[in-house]
Design a protein around this ligand. Structure first.
Ligand SMILES: Nc1ncnc2c1ncn2[C@@H]1O[C@H](COP(=O)(O)OP(=O)(O)O)[C@@H](O)[C@H]1O
Ligand SMILES: Cc1ncsc1CCOP(=O)(O)O
Ligand SMILES: [Mg+2]
Length: 315
């Protein structure tokens, strides 16, 4: 199985120098917009990207970043389990009253509008303002962004607050880019392929200053200039609710341990999740058991297996 899906590809654009810097995971002088700094172009192999992703997962496992998740009712369980099995500490704390005490201590914030209400939006904005003031990273999942005016306006307001990373499916990213409600919306599910959203993702990254990731058969990650593709995962991940929400939380954990390199951290998180899905699929009989095996795979994933399966390209 591993032999069948193993591959190696070449690509350009990764700034090797940045990654070799002596970064302290939880230093206080994090700069949210640091990915905008021009970087020299070097040639890097997919295996170097794989090694980078593995090092970042190892740092998540060893430093166990605290990730506050203000997410929807559907995803809380899977999201917390994905974070735990990856080595991070999840905290599903969303009350406005708790934010002044708790949010200053987190290493990253994961914001998800899946079951948004006006009360939750107030709490989300308070939490975002807190981490922004402290220059800590935060990640936005614009679930079903184009499905209603309230949700769409909220997503635009949150985008304006400068998320480090926005991760959505293709329909969500296209709706945000178009600046209009999606009349064909199927709620949380995408009606587009991720590759349909490359132009939208690049443009959204340029206008927002955020890293933009579009999940799908190929995960697309861009800072508005460089575009990378993660060719891992299995189609059945779409049949488990909250896998998208959960990979967004995993991105938050990776950005927490490497906030100066959100493009690389996002690519790494998506590749780790995708590979865990592929390994989980070997034992799964359907979506229910894939959910269980996905969590197990994240927990037990080893370097050798990961490096055999990871596939990241320059798009
Ligand atoms: N056709 C596919 N093949 C492989 N992996 C996929 C496919 N579709 C989605 N995934 C993976 O499933 C996870 C959730 O993505 P997606 O279903 O696009 O998000 P959402 O649930 O927000 O719509 C991601 O890790 C993505 O890479
Ligand atoms: C089905 C659903 N409805 C509101 S939030 C939610 C979960 C969406 O999760 P994901 O975007 O990861 O599929
Ligand atoms: Mg989603």
């Amino acid at each position: 199985m591993l032999e069948r899906i193993r591959s190696r590809t070449m690509f350009t654009g990764y700034n090797k120098k940045c990654y070799s810097c002596n970064f302290s995971p939880f230093s206080s002088n994090l700069r949210l917009m640091e990915h905008k700094t021009p970087t020299p172009t070097t040639t890097t192999t997919s295996s170097e990207w794989g090694s980078q992703a593995w090092r970042q997962l190892s740092r998540v496992r060893s430093s166990s970043p605290l990730i506050q998740c203000i997410t929807n009712y559907v995803s809380m369980d899977l999201m917390a389990n994905v974070l735990l099995s990856s080595g991070a500490s999840p905290a599903m704390i969303h009350s406005l009253q708790e934010i002044p005490d708790f949010t200053p201590h987190v290493h990253a914030l994961c914001i998800n509008v899946g079951t948004l209400t006006p009360d939750w939006l107030s709490a989300i904005k308070a939490a975002v303002n807190t981490v922004n003031e402290m220059h800590k990273p935060w990640v936005l999942d614009p679930v079903a962004a184009g499905s209603s005016g309230f949700r769409f306006k909220a997503c635009l307001e949150l985008l304006a607050l400068g998320p480090t990373v926005v991760r959505g499916n293709a329909s969500e990213i296209i709706a945000l880019h178009n600046g209009a409600l999606d009349t064909n919306s199927r709620g949380a599910d995408s009606v587009h392929e991720s590759t349909d959203a490359v132009v939208a993702a690049k443009s959204l990254a340029q206008t927002s200053g955020s890293i933009v990731a579009v999940s799908g058969a190929v995960d697309i990650i861009t800072d508005g200039q460089r575009v990378f593709g993660v060719h891992n995962g299995v189609p059945m991940l779409q049949k488990i609710t909250a896998t998208g929400c959960s990979v967004t939380a995993l991105i938050a954990a990776f950005v927490a341990i490497d906030p100066s390199h959100p493009l690389e951290a996002t690519t790494s998180a998506l590749s780790i999740f995708g590979v865990a899905g592929e390994i989980g699929m070997i034992s799964a009989k359907g979506p229910g058991s894939l959910r269980m095996h996905l969590i197990d795979s994240l927990n037990t994933l080893d370097e050798h297996t990961f490096l055999q399966l990871v596939k990241i390209t320059n798009l």
